[in-house]
Design a protein around this ligand. Sequence first.
Ligand code: PLP
Length: 496
Amino acid sequence: MSLLYKSTRNSQKVVTASEAILKGLAEDGGLFVPEQLPKLDVTMDELKEMSYQETAYVVMKQFLTDFTEEELKECIQKAYDSKFDTEVIAPLVKVEDTYYLELFHGATIAFKDMALSILPHLLTTAAKKNHVTKEIVILTATSGDTGKAALAGFADVEGTKIIVFYPKDGVSKVQELQMVTQKGENTAVVALHGNFDHAQSGVKALFEDKKLAKELDEAGYQFSSANSINIGRLVPQVVYYVYAYAKLLQNGEILEGEPINVTVPTGNFGNILAAYYAKQMGIPIQKLICASNENKVLFDFFETGKYDKNREFVLTSSPSMDILVSSNLERLIYTVSGQDGEKNAQFMEELKTKGAYEITPDMKERMGDFVGGFATETETAQMIHDTYHNTGYVMDTHTAVAAYVCKKYQEETKDTTKELVVSTASPYKFVKSVMTAIDDNYASEEEFALIQELERVSGVEVPNAIKEIQNANVLHTRECDTDKMKEIVKEILKIS
Ligand SMILES: *Cc1c(COP(=O)(O)O)cnc(C)c1O
C-alpha cells in the first residue's frame, strides 16, 4: 500500500513521501501530512526484541512507502551507528518513579540528532529517486540545536549545501561554538540580529519567494528544509516512542497494553507531534503532556483554545524552546479540523496577519489527549537542583522543564499512570545554567571551567561533542540583520 501526502492548506494535490521530503514545505505554504496515519504491522512481542535500527525500519516503512527496503535500511544503517555513544541509541533511565528517555547520545548531544542524522540520507535518496539534478540547498533556522545537528548531518554530503541562521544572542555559548566551528566546504553559518521567530519566518519567506526560486533554478540550485516542518524529520522521531514503549515492556516495567503518559519539552511542537503519531500507530500513550518554559503560548492555547503570539519574547535557560510560533502545531490543527485544508489555511492567515487565532470548541475537544503545562525559570532550576540532590541524576534545562511539568501534573491530577519524560539535551550543552542550578556559587565561573565540575558531580564522562569544540577554530563569522537574509543567501551561493 502506498501512502501519499497532502498539504495542510489544500487537500487536493498529493505527493509521494520522497517528494514531500524534497520539497520540505508545500507550495501553498502548508506542511505535508500523510493522507491517513498508518498502523504498525508488527506485534508487541516482535517489537520487544528489536534493536533501535530494526524498530526504525518497521516504523518508517509505514510512512515512507516509496522507499525500497534496501534504500530505507541503508539510510538507517548510515544514521544510527557509532556516531551515537551507546549501542541502544536512545537509552531509558529510571530516576525515582519516572522514566527518562535520553535522546541526546548522538553527535551533537541534543535530540535533533535523532532525526538529523538520517535526514541527509533520506533526502539524497529522495533526490535520486526523483531524478533531481540540481544541487540541494538546505536552508535552516535554528533556536540552537537544529543548526549544529543539521550542519553535522549535511557536512560534505555530495550534492548539498547548507546555510544555517541562528539568533545571535539567543543560544548558549556551547551551542554557538558548536556551530561556528563547523567544518565542511558546503556549510555556512549566519548569526542573525533577531530572535528565533525572526529567523524562522525569514527562512519561510525565502522558501515562498518565487523570484528567488527562479534565480536559484537558473544557478543550478533548489531549496529544501531541514527544519522540523520537513516530514523527513518527523517520521524518524516516531521511532523512539515505539522503541521506548517496547523496551519498558521488555524490562518488565509495564504490562502489555498498559498505557503510559509522555511529557515532552516543547518548542516547535515536532517532538510531541511525533508522540501523537506513535499513539495513532497503536502505541498505548494516554496523555501527551506538552511542557513549555516561560514562553508559554502552547500552555495558554491548550487552556483556552486561543493561540496568541502577541506577547513578550522571553530569553530563558532553555533556549531551544524559546519559540512563539510552533510550526508543527499546524499539523495538529489540520487533523482536529477534520482535515479541512481551507479552514486551517484561514487560521494560519489569521496567525500571520493578527498573530492570533481561536479554534472551535469541537476542535478543542478533539485535542483532549493533550495537556499543557509550563515551568518558570525558578521552577526549572529548582527541579535540576532537587533531582540532583535527591538522586544524583543531572538533567539539562529543557528536560527539567518537562520533569517539573510532569511532577506538577501528577500532583494536581493524582493520575498514577507511568510517566515517560523525554530528555532532549545533555547537561553539558547548557553547563552554565545546569551547574548554577545545582549550586549558585558556580554563577561567577567561566562556562568552560564548569565542564570538569559537571563531570565530577555527575560522574558522566565529558562527551566528544564538547571535547571537540574546546580547541577548535572559529570558521564562520557572518552576521546579518533580519531584513538582509535574502542578500546573504545570494552572497553565499554566489548568485548576483
Ligand atoms: C528542539 C528542542 C526542543 C523542542 O523540540 P520541538 O520538536 O521543537 O518541540 C526541546 N529541547 C531541546 C534540547 C531541543 O533541542
